[in-house]
Design a protein around this ligand. Sequence first.
Ligand code: S3P
Length: 446
Amino acid sequence: MTALISRPARPLTGAAAVPGDKSISHRALILGALAVGETRIAGLLASADVLATVAAVKALGAQAEQGENGDWRVYGRGVGGLAEPQGVLDMGNSGTAARLLIGVVATHPFTATFAGDKSLSVRPMERVMTPLRQMGAQFTTRSGDCLPITITGAPSPVPIVYELPVASAQIKSAVLLAGLNTPGRTTVIEPQPTRDHTERMLGHFDAEVVIMEKPGAPGAKEITLTGQPELTGAEVRVPGDISSAAFPLVAALLVPDSKITLTGVGVNPLRSGLIETLREMGAAISIDNPRNEGGEPVADLTVVTSGLKGVTVSGARAPRMIDEYPILAVAAAYAQGVTRLEGLAELRVKESDRLDAIVRGLTAAGIEVEASDDALTVKGGGGPPPGGARIEARLDHRIAMAFLVLGMAAEAPVEIDNATTIDTSFPGFADLMNGLGAAVAAQKEG
Ligand code: S3P
């Protein structure tokens, strides 16, 4: 366990490129494994979560390797061509790897066992098993609906029309990926739009995906995939992860006299709810050089220290910034007035119970905060909060990083008990932040 301490930073200045997008990295590897021929991936996030997917696609019979220039090459087995793995597929901390790969295996006629770490082993999996059973997959689980899970894929998969009961891109993706090796059309209906990287990348690999507004339901979408396409190996350029950029971005807003530029950040509108919210709070963020890379919108973000004010954010925006609530709550702690965040029930089933982790962490750092089942209220004082807390990271990378950012401008340093978890999404976080002017250092435990 590595404990880290974050002391007040010098003004943050300069430019940095955050590591590749985690969601897109998983999907590039998985579709590469299901395509015929070579897939080349530039900018793949080589974090623990994504390396779990690399190991899994190899165990399922695809080849994946990193070339000397850093790009990854995947040689796929074609849709339906994966092979039964010999050992248990270890998903580590990654819910995305687990749920997406369970979807893939659901329509391959073999048996595989998925396991994960302590955090992942208490996260709900029934949400993917329900639709995948309808497609013909069979599951054996312990009591509860958590990993480890053994799945036997459907020998004769059945296409379904499935309406998501929760706004989750992972459930949507599990069903669509299962639909790849299913004859006919598989449709997912999403009442609230969620990140659409799977749909975009399926198109990029030559699958036929049709997206329509659901008649009579404003904002709802119907996504239909035509099964058993021949996927062709593709070139993928993974943009910087906006969910990682969120940490230096908020840090620069809070640390006095800062100005930083984050280059090549993915700004997919279904991921960029945090930028909208921070702007409503008064943040000066400019989005420059917008471009399209491999089917995803990308831009450079420049951020200047800004006085923030409290706002109310309705649950309608939650799917577009679902991973950003820990760092948004930190921004709210510095804002003038009350920030109310609604529609947060899903935070309870992330890498930790994030609502609880945020409340305990902010309280320990001297900030007034309250939570209900699915809402959070943070009372900001319009300046540096007390800080001076030691926070349990609870195998949750985003909790760890959010509280290290809190310590960058608080009155007293903030410590994290175990920062190893940061490597699941943002290897090099402390070095990148320190390169901009932060003071994050190892702390002897105790
Ligand atoms: C992800 C979807 C989201 C998000 C997670 C990554 C994805 O989870 O929280 O970090 O890559 O599809 P849900 O689908 O559970 O909302």
